[in-house]
Unconditional design. Sequence first.
Length: 295
Amino acid sequence: MSEKFDTPFQSNIVPTILELGSTLKFRCYKGISCFNACCKNADITLTPYDIIRLKQRLGKTSTELLKEHTVPFQMDQDGLPGVKLRTTDDGACLFMTDEGCSVYEDRPTACRYYPLGNMIRLDTGSKEAHVDYVLIKEEHCKGHEEARELTVHDYLVEQETAQYDEMNKEWQQLMLMKRSGGPSVGKPPEATLQMYFMCAFDMDRFRRFVLSDNFKATYDLEDSTYEVLAKEDVSLMQFGSRLMKQVFFGLRTIPEKNGVWEKRVDERQEVWDARRQAEIQRQQQTEDERYSGDD
Ligand code: SF4
Ligand code: SF4
């Protein structure tokens, strides 16, 4: 089984699959006839690291950035929350200027990749994600008519995607695990989805949550860890993905105070069993409906 993670810039055009060594013919520069055409019709899904870069660039809190520059959407059938860049009513990115992108050095992952997208899949039995690249050719983009030819690898180096890839890795893995988890995960309750949103995107609110007395009474962390989480957005983001893996899948990498886990298991066992049962029934019903026409 393979799982797709994300394809930046939605398009009706069927993309071509590429490897790192594949070549593409492409050049984008100020002065090209289509300059800014892509940003006038922006459909950009943001990663947690994109949020950090943008909020630091603009000197805003994550809560302010989310309110002013993003719109929420559902990433899967379970209502897993995601965010996209907010646009004007005409679809233009709010960061677009006549001179180009006003946040260029901190532009989101999807903007760096374009006209490439990445499709991340988790092969059956493997814990390592595999990345395929796709070339997205849209009519308005004249960069494909330019004479320059280069490898996917060299294009990604030019666009400085490496740091973004590294920073996005943990969250991508979490999403893949969630998508391939089946009935053992089930549809998360609303409170868990809200917690996911906070951990992934609203890190300043998440920071207050982590530094609260309630959190400290539950989790057994060193004071030095709290000091780092109080100051560093990236460390907090990485901690957030660990916490969500713990919440979704029970992967206990964050130590809890004595007896807390057992108490929670006692309290929640009935709820977890009911959720698992409901999910199995839902999947069974879907299968029955799919094959009912085959008799
Ligand atoms: S963030 Fe910059 S590159 Fe990305 S769509 Fe907006 S203006 Fe274009
Ligand atoms: S060449 Fe493509 S990516 Fe570059 S400005 Fe034109 S539409 Fe945008």
